[in-house]
Write a protein that binds this ligand. Structure first.
Ligand code: UDP
Ligand code: MG
Length: 317
């Protein structure tokens, strides 16, 4: 097979000294099998164990291996982003270091890309060795996120995926700090094809995604892709205001007929004020949401394909 295409494998690593000696040979074998030219970019996300020693050893014997090492822990999503920034491939593949995502799937992902897919994402049909808590919270979270966001994220997916150069170039333009890559990928659209796999147990070591990191990622997912929580008080405020007006009416009718306790007027007044305050908060939220959307400075639109257009008209884009 001709080697005209180049692939970049991006591997974020955080305290993975035990996994690397097992993971690297499997990743290398999978890349060889694709028949394309390739590079493997390991991004050390501030590990202070023997991870860098392992990476130095691997890089010394294999010039296709590139290593970036962060000054401190910036988190998995930024480690992947740094790898994407440096990747020179026509297609980029993102994979965890711990072999939970099987590298042996890569040749099939590449085939789907060769057949025209822009994104090939791994979809877990089974998750082995993960706690009930993790699976349950993940299932609830993705359903919540899908109901809030206008860009549905396929269920049971992670960051294990292949993206074409066209998609990667759009990623490079999205410089928001709170990153949720699988959401950004859904936002972009393009021809995305799933590939099913069984997510195995970690090959060695423990998870590096602490509860705190998971919560941050979950929050980035919601706040990065939906401003609905900011405008929720409009609905609450509207309901409370409506109720208080009904209350006023009921008290008025009672006052004219059977008589009423004076404090009921006060109660209705307080509820009315609460409703108005909530409404105002929601309106402020709506404006804040706009400021937030603008501050992300995402591309306004993404052109996936052009036919017969004048190349000179692209100037300044
Ligand atoms: N990782 C990272 N920075 C972090 C946490 C994790 O680069 O702060 C890497 C980690 O080395 C692994 C991948 O991200 O390659 C996924 O992490 P992990 O397997 O611990 O998460 P889990 O699969 O348990 O959700
Ligand atoms: Mg893992």
């Amino acid at each position: 097979m001709s080697k005209e295409k180049r692939l970049s494998l991006i591997v974020p690593v955080y305290y993975e000294e035990e996994v690397l000696p097992i993971a690297y040979p499997r990743m290398k074998a999978a890349m060889e099998q694709t028949g394309h030219d390739y590079e493997i970019i390991f991004v050390n996300d501030g590990s202070r164990d023997g991870t860098m020693r392992e990476l130095r050893r691997i890089a010394a014997e294999d010039k296709r291996v590139k290593v970036l090492s962060f000054s401190r822990n910036f988190g998995h999503q930024l480690a992947v982003t740094a790898g994407m920034d440096r990747a020179t491939g026509d297609a980029l593949i993102i994979i965890d270091a711990d072999l939970q995502d099987p590298p042996e799937l890569i040749p099939d992902m590449v085939k789907l890309w060769e057949q025209g897919a822009d994104i090939v994402y791994g979809q877990r049909k089974k998750r082995e060795g993960e706690t009930f808590f993790k699976k349950f919270t993940a299932a609830c979270y993705y359903r919540l996120l899908t109901s809030m966001s206008a860009y549905p994220i396929p269920l049971d997916t992670g960051d294990f995926r292949l993206i074409g150069r066209n998609v990667a170039d759009v990623f490079l333009k999205m410089r928001e700090h709170g990153r949720f890559l699988r959401g950004m990928s859904a936002w972009m659209g393009f021809e995305a094809v799933p590939i099913e796999y069984v997510r195995h147990e970690r090959a060695a070591g423990k998870t590096k995604y602490t509860l705190k990191k998971m919560l941050k990622l979950a929050l980035d997912g919601i706040t990065g892709f939906s401003t609905k929580p900011l405008t929720l008080p409009i609905a609450f405020g509207g309901a409370v205001t409506g109720l208080s007006l009904l209350g006023f009416l009921a008290v008025l009718i009672c006052a004219c007929t059977v008589g009423t306790a004076p404090w009921l007027w006060g109660l209705c007044g307080v509820v009315l004020l609460q409703g108005i305050i909530l409404l105002c908060m929601g309106i402020q939220g709506a404006y804040l949401g706009r400021v937030f959307e603008e501050s992300k400075a995402r591309p306004l639109y993404i052109v996936a394909e052009e036919l017969n257009t004048d190349p000179s008209s692209k100037a300044g884009k």
